[in-house]
Design a protein around this ligand. Sequence first.
Ligand SMILES: Nc1ncnc2c1ncn2[C@@H]1O[C@H](COP(=O)(O)OP(=O)(O)OP(=O)(O)O)[C@@H](O)[C@H]1O
Ligand SMILES: [Mg+2]
Length: 309
Amino acid sequence: MIDAPDIQVTDLRQRYGDHEAVAGISFEVRAGELYALLGTNGAGKTTTLETLEGHRRAHSGTVRVLGHDPYQQRAAVRPRMGIMLQEGGFFGDLTVAETVTHWRGFTPAPRPAAQVLDLVGLAEQAGVRTRQLSGGQKRRLDLALALLGRPAVLFLDEPTTGMDPEARHATWKVVRDLVADGTTVLLTTHYLEEAEHLADRLAIMHRGRIQVTGTVAEVLAGHGDRISFRVPDRVPVAELPALAGNVADIAVEGGRAVATYTVPDTGLQAGLYALLRWADEHGLALEGLQARSASLEDVFLRTAEGVGR
Ligand SMILES: Nc1ncnc2c1ncn2[C@@H]1O[C@H](COP(=O)(O)OP(=O)(O)OP(=O)(O)O)[C@@H](O)[C@H]1O
Ligand SMILES: [Mg+2]
């Protein structure tokens, strides 16, 4: 028998008054998998997480975590979840170590305080009052608290917001190690690079709906490749060639016009060949010439524009 997924969401809807914040989404996260929810501000990611964490009853549809309804059967499942809210809150007068000790009191079989602080890189701040922590350090403390109970399922709502690049990479390593140890993770982020690094599968949400889902490769497939270069000064934009039947999008970057073509995945080589021949015939040097596959950012922006696939 195939094990039931650790997280299962089926046609979930959530409303705030008249506003439908989550408009019928379905997805599942298998044991030991990391699933990333991406999406525009207000897309419904936090609302979805709060429902799975048992903080909100589903308006309609069903959610299951480790086979339980997290709202109705909270006591059964809450001890096995680790939760990092989008906005945590601490008692500002307590030190970092006191905060962890306080939380250990509510956590069955907690990790040692020193171990979690070491894990998130806060050992040196153990004696600092939480109100004196920087934004990124507060996120690390939030993560430490989420990890205290060695959760089977971890919910991380924008875990690395406000972290410097080094802290972000360190956090990615912590999360990757947890996943390697079998922890199931549902994470939201606005850092697309984070999803590319960590996610086994991801979904992009917009206005309460999942617009696209799959592995990174599946999400990128069909979105074409990109060819771009700075438009030479003496070339009017109207005289740029079409490549594989596609005209250029023009953007201004650093005061210079940059042409970007989206060509079908199979058209990159032919498009490049046509472009180089055109440049050669006109005696032009193409500065900043790049050829690349579509990025998650390209797909995200298209989704946010409502273009979809
Ligand atoms: N407590 C609330 N009361 C009323 N409306 C809310 C409440 N919380 C969220 N909303 C609305 O529901 C929608 C979804 O919000 P949600 O916080 O789930 O989005 P999100 O995808 O997490 O966004 P962000 O990326 O900005 O964190 C938004 O339109 C938001 O204004
Ligand atoms: Mg949110």
